[in-house]
Design a protein around this ligand. Sequence first.
Ligand code: SF4
Length: 230
Amino acid sequence: MSSNIHLRSLMPEFFKLSKTTVIKGMQCERYLYLLKHKPKEKTPHDALTLQKFASGKSFEATFKETFPGGLAVDHILGKDIYAIGSSFTKAVFEQKQAATLFEACFLYRQTLIMTDVCRLHEDGSFDVYEVKNGTAVKEAFIRDMAIQYYVIKNARPGLAHFYLVLNDGEDGFLIKDMAEELETELSRFEELIPRLLASLIQAEEPAVAMGEQCHRPYDCEYIAYCTKKK
Ligand code: SF4
C-alpha cells in the first residue's frame, strides 16, 4: 500500500520527551536528566538484556505480519520520523480511508510517541495495538501503555480500542483491550509531563539519592555513574 503523501509538504514538529524518556523519568528524574545531559555515562546493556530486546522485536514483527499491506512509517521516513512522523500520521488520517500504520506518531505537549500498530477505519475511529512479548500484564507494561494512551487521547479524537498483545505462551497472541484501565491513569500525566519538561532544563543534576528505584521496574543505566558519585 502506498501513502500518496508528498513528504516535502509536511511540516516538522519538534519534541522534547518520548515514550522512553517519560518512562525513565517516572523511574527517576535524575535518570531522565542524565539521559539528556550525560548520554556517554550510560552503562551499555548486557548480552541478556540485548537478547530480550531482540526477541521482543521479533515477536512484534510476527504480529505486524498479520496486517499485510500495513504502512511502516519508520521505513518510509527513516530518521525523518522524529521530525515529520506526527505530520505524516495526521496526513494519513486526513485521507479518511481504512489503513494500517506501523509506528504511527502522535505528539502532545512536546511528547512524541510511536505506536506498534494503528488501524484506521473509514468512519474516522482507530485502534492501537501495543505488542509485548510477555504472558501476563505487568506494571511496567501499564506504564508504557499509559503514556501512549495519554498522548493519543489528547492528540487526536476517535481512539476506539487500545489493545495489549501478549504472548499466549506458544508464540501465538493473546489480545486484551486495556482502554478502561488506562483511562484511570490519565490524570497523573497532567502534572508529570510539565514537571519532566522543567527538569530537563534545570542547571544542576537533580539531587536524587540511590534507592529501590534504581532497579525498578528495570535496572537503571546509570547505576555505575551514581555509585561513583556517592
Ligand atoms: S542509578 Fe538510581 S539514582 Fe542514579 S539515575 Fe539511576 S535510578 Fe536515579
